[in-house]
Design a protein around this ligand. Structure first.
Ligand SMILES: [Zn+2]
Length: 232
């Protein structure tokens, strides 16, 4: 039974976990270590593990009920960022106050604060190349978020390390993900490359920036990075 879909945001996950902890202690006289309690909670909810449960709720929060940018009205991509590159919400979560950003641009100390850092978009830089002088850049973060939600993130990262971050099927898959209609909003350039390739019957090569993926993992799911116990 999968009841995690009934939860609406990360705070609900935490409060359910605390409730489970209380029940185990008071009704069963079983005090649980935090990590054990997390995993038990995830399992009760039907998620693969705690990281997966957290990822599912984080994504839901980012896209829940927000389909248009509150400033410019443009569409939002699957990560919950405005697709208009000239808009402040192309780089920042809709949770921030846009006026605050405009007026604080001269003294941006506040933007360096921990809370703001978690609201700023970190792109996973990727390139799809037809040949040396013809390529398109794109943000591959939604692909990795999708892998996290489906419990495949560790395998995806390990596979990319193995192929040296480029040139093989595991890298191609990253770009191909954006051909899907539900993940392709804001990815017209990648979709256009694939359309061109099909007409011209040409091959392509995809490369992922490992350093930007590391930054993204540090912001979004540091526990995944730590649990992999590898450096790249
Ligand atoms: Zn916007």
């Amino acid at each position: 039974m999968n009841i995690i879909n009934k939860l609406t945001d990360p705070a609900e996950l935490i409060s359910f976990r605390d409730h489970v902890g209380k029940v185990m202690l008071q009704k069963m006289s079983l005090p649980l270590k935090p990590s054990k309690l997390n995993e038990l909670t995830a399992s009760l909810l039907g998620a693969k593990d705690w990281n997966t449960a957290q990822g599912m709720l984080a994504k839901k929060e980012a896209t829940w009920d927000v389909n248009c940018c509150k400033r410019c009205g443009s569409l939002m991509d699957v990560m919950g960022f405005c697709v208009d590159e000239t808009c402040i919400f192309n780089d920042w979560s809709q949770e921030i106050d846009s006026e605050e950003i405009y007026y604080n641009n001269e003294c941006p100390e506040e933007l360096q604060s921990e809370w703001y850092k978690t609201k700023k978009r970190i792109r996973v830089e990727a390139t799809i190349a037809i040949d040396d002088d013809c390529f398109e850049k794109f943000d591959a973060a939604p692909y990795f978020m999708d892998a996290l939600i489906n419990g495949k993130l560790e395998k995806v990262v390990l596979d990319l390390i193995e192929i040296g971050w480029r040139g093989d099927y595991q890298a191609d898959e990253v770009a191909m993900f954006f051909e899907l209609s539900e993940s392709g909003v804001g990815y017209d350039n990648v979709i256009a490359v694939f359309a061109y390739l099909r007409i011209k019957q040409k091959g392509f090569e995809v490369e992922i920036s490992s350093s930007s993926l590391k930054d993204w993992l540090l912001q979004n799911h540091p526990s995944v990075l730590h649990s992999m116990n590898i450096d790249f």
